[in-house]
Design a protein around this ligand. Sequence first.
Ligand SMILES: Cc1cc2nc3c(=O)[nH]c(=O)nc-3n(C[C@H](O)[C@H](O)[C@H](O)COP(=O)(O)O)c2cc1C
Length: 199
Amino acid sequence: MNILELIKKRYTAKTYNSVKEIPLDKIEDLKEILRLTPSSINIQPWKFTFVQNQEIKAKLASVSMHNEEKINQAKLLVIFSVVDDFDAFQKVVDHEFSNTSRNWYNQIKASMPENDLKIWLSKQVYIALGVGLTASIALGLDSTAMEGIESDKYMDILNMSAYKPLFAMAIGYGSEDDFNRIEITPKSRRLQENVIETI
Ligand SMILES: Cc1cc2nc3c(=O)[nH]c(=O)nc-3n(C[C@H](O)[C@H](O)[C@H](O)COP(=O)(O)O)c2cc1C
């Protein structure tokens, strides 16, 4: 299937087949695909937490607003977090990054308030969501992007301190009778002429 057909086929899964397992190699591919996400000045300010453990997934589901049922049903939950502890991240920048990225980051950090820096870093993590949603359908998997999560409670459950969850993605096989499947609920988007300008 070509990329346009895949994108047309992709939909937000609202219910999942809770029995069918995801092959391990697909999960490993997804980890590597997310790691390869591009970001401004190659800053990579993220942590991707792959949760397959049913018990922990159920705890996270219980603090995920209207998303509880689908998280419990889906075989995999990936949590996308952004840097929250800037002292800890400075060590990452100093040890893991090229001189170019490090110099750029230090300049940007010095030029803006911490809150603006957080917003800029968070935007980079959203790029990984686009990559993850596209990769999932290319791997033959269904997915759900979810901002409807209680970030502070996720941090407690996951014992997380240096990073803060922004959103999560449920992944698995959508159930056959999901009302949101493309055959039942056709894609709804603004017209191309209203969103694309060609000069
Ligand atoms: C950043 C983001 C957050 C979203 N959060 C939720 C969510 O918490 N729960 C949910 O069921 N869908 C969520 N969605 C799905 C959107 O509602 C959905 O992508 C949009 O309506 C278009 O439908 P489609 O993905 O089926 O084409 C989210 C999507 C994005 C991109």
